[in-house]
Design a protein around this ligand. Structure first.
Ligand code: ZN
Ligand code: ZN
Length: 368
């Protein structure tokens, strides 16, 4: 039995919050109960309180880029998380300037924390480097991480519970990262139709050996143990299956740098921004080419672009987020009609219907 993994969308707006969408933040709840938080838009804490997630379960925070709609909620969140009884170091990962920005904010506001935090910066060539001098009392020196060189720059970390996170640079108006979260391999499935007759055949001999219910052997098998049966049959544990792979992108106008990371293992989920679209809200003479040109100019994507990326990397499911505040996130018929237009455009581009438009506080179960 493989535990549940789910993504909760705490904020789905671009740039400014609206009445129906908060700024961007996504919580990935792992089967271990730990939460990996990707981006922390303004008022993220309020969204946590409205969800069934516990901020105290946050294992690590990943910031995609330094635009305020993705990180302005971080200082208050770190502040709150540092007030409780937790004493472990709090790890934050993100681009250049994150460390000095947090330090400046905390120093200027005379913040005092019980819990220590550490910011690791994932740097590109030419990025400003913070040398960990003049640290706060509760700040530990963070790593200055240089991504591997071309042709496919990236950086990976193995988290304590075995999950791997890879950061890949993607194109936006400022340095932006996509994060690939990969679950460790999970136990394979036991084929009961094959095993039951074999166990039945050995039932009496097993009972004589003290195994009254042969089905108890299945859990041992599932745990990877090989089992010898009285009639000489050997039951081998099922081959493990690959774990779930979830990709969450920062803002982007081109995320094709992900393709080399998806050729051998396609992702279960791609979370991709779709800031602007041509919809019935636009004037009748507006063209798709015009919308695309403006969207690209701002470093963003349309549903067609999100769909094309999902198709290029073979994503099983595409979830769009980071919508312009024009696209309301409630369930009124008007809002749903516009979101349906956006959905259809992505469906056409990706070629299947496993496509979703995220709403605030919506949770998606990542199936395996
Ligand atoms: Zn943004
Ligand atoms: Zn941005």
């Amino acid at each position: 039995m493989v535990g549940q993994m789910e993504i909760t969308f705490l904020g789905t707006s671009s740039a400014v919050p609206s009445r129906t969408r908060n700024q961007q933040s996504m919580a990935v709840r792992l089967p271990t109960g730990k939460v990996l938080l990707v981006d922390v838009g303004e008022a993220c804490q309020h969204q946590f309180q409205k969800s069934n997630l516990k901020a105290g379960r946050i294992g690590a925070i990943f910031i995609t880029h330094m635009h305020g709609d993705h990180c302005f909620g971080l200082p208050p969140l770190v502040s709150t998380l540092s007030m409780g009884d937790l004493t472990d170091t709090f790890e934050i990962y993100g681009p250049a300037n994150l460390r000095v920005w947090l330090r400046t904010t905390f120093r200027a506001t005379y913040a005092t924390f019980n819990r220590k935090y550490r910011v690791h910066e994932i740097l590109r060539p030419g990025d400003p480097i913070d040398h960990n001098v003049d640290l706060l009392d509760y700040e530990l020196p963070g790593e200055n991480i240089t991504m591997t060189a071309s042709p496919h720059p990236h950086w990976s970390i193995q988290l304590p519970d075995g999950y791997n996170v890879t950061a890949v640079p993607i194109l936006h108006s400022i340095p932006s990262l996509g994060y690939i979260i990969r679950e460790p391999d999970v136990p394979g499935r036991i084929d009961l139709s094959e095993i039951n007759p074999i166990l039945e055949k050995n039932k009496e001999a097993l009972a004589a050996k003290g195994v009254k219910n042969p089905m108890t052997l299945l859990s041992q098998l599932q745990k990877g143990k090989t089992i010898e049966l009285p009639d000489g049959t050997t039951l081998a544990p099922p081959a493990s299956r690959r774990g779930r792979k979830v990709i969450i992108l920062g803002d982007t106008k081109d995320a094709s740098s992900l393709i080399p990371f998806c050729t051998e293992e396609t992702p279960h989920i791609l979370v991709h921004e779709a800031t602007n679209a041509l919809t019935s809200l636009d004037p009748p003479d507006m063209t798709l080419a015009q919308v695309e040109a403006t969207t690209l100019d701002h470093g963003h994507s349309t549903p067609q672009m999100a769909g094309a990326t999902a198709k290029a990397i073979g994503a099983q499911h595409l979830i769009m987020t980071h919508f312009s505040s024009r696209y309301r996130g409630d369930e009124t018929p008007e809002a749903l009609a516009v979101m349906n237009e956006i959905w259809k455009q992505a469906v056409e581009a990706v070629g299947h219907e496993n496509v979703y438009c995220a709403r605030d506080l919506w949770t998606f179960q990542v199936a395996i």
